[in-house]
Design a protein around this ligand. Structure first.
Ligand SMILES: Nc1ncnc2c1ncn2[C@@H]1O[C@H](COP(=O)(O)OP(=O)(O)OP(=O)(O)O)[C@@H](O)[C@H]1O
Ligand SMILES: [Mg+2]
Length: 220
């Protein structure tokens, strides 16, 4: 699926203040490639990822998937698009606090009326090293474990596009590398487009394309 942003802007209003989080961004995301988004804290990376992943309506401009403006779709159609095409790893994990890891991982399948593929989930859990955490709720897990659960949840439906916001932010170097390997392997196996925000230069070095952001704009 071809993702394109045209004249994308996002302004947050906070009391009297207007925060220009995204400033006139034009970009095409290469299909079936790994694109890394890098830049200083507060430069708009998460906002950009949310706008591209149909999670947050921009203040101006368009985001199109295969030429279709995703923010012109009805809320229902957009939710359907998210369920069927997109997997998201949120910067704060956003796991459901009362559900176990396994229940969290199954959510995207259940929401889309699919039977969770328990074999695939077992494989993912094994690779991610969270097999013995599957029956625990998030508050009983470390940050890094929650992060890996959120990765499994993003991958479970084998979506066409994976959006990951700092998915290795809470992991040590070896675990970060293993997680990257998993994402690259799934990307290859299921022909996915991978878009990842990262602060880690070693991870960005593996990307096919690097988007550098500064102050709500793309520098290159
Ligand atoms: N919901 C919001 N309301 C008001 N301002 C916001 C909101 N979300 C983000 N911002 C502001 O928009 C700007 C961009 O934020 P964003 O979270 O996209 O940055 P980021 O590059 O992801 O930073 P980090 O690397 O720290 O995660 C910041 O100035 C931030 O304070
Ligand atoms: Mg962020």
């Amino acid at each position: 699926m071809k993702i394109q942003a045209e004249a994308l802007t996002k302004i947050y209003i906070q009391g009297e203040k207007r925060i220009h989080a995204l400033n006139d961004i034009h970009v095409s995301i290469a299909e079936n490639k790994f694109t890394a988004i890098v830049g200083p804290s507060g430069c708009g990376k998460s906002t950009f990822l949310r706008a591209l992943s149909a999670l947050e309506k921009p203040s101006g401009g368009t985001v199109t998937y295969d030429g279709e403006d995703i923010y012109k779709l009805t809320e229902k159609k957009r939710a359907e698009l998210r369920r069927q095409k997109i997997g998201v790893v949120y910067q704060d994990y956003s796991l459901l606090p009362t559900m176990t890891a396994l229940e969290n991982i199954c959510t995207p399948s259940l929401m889309d009326g699919r039977k969770p593929d328990l074999d695939y989930i077992a494989d993912l859990a094994k690779t991610l090293g969270i097999t013995d955490r599957l029956h625990h709720i998030p508050s009983e897990m470390s940050g890094g474990e929650q992060q890996r659960v959120s990765v499994a949840r993003a991958l479970v439906n084998k979506p066409a596009i994976i959006f990951a916001d700092e998915p290795t932010g809470n992991l040590d170097k070896d675990s970060a590398r293993e997680l990257l390997d998993l994402l690259l392997l799934t990307k290859k196996e299921y022909n996915q487009t991978l878009l990842m925000v990262t602060h880690d230069p070693d991870i960005a070095a593996h990307a096919d394309i690097v988007i550098r952001m500064d102050n709500g704009t793309i520098r290159e």
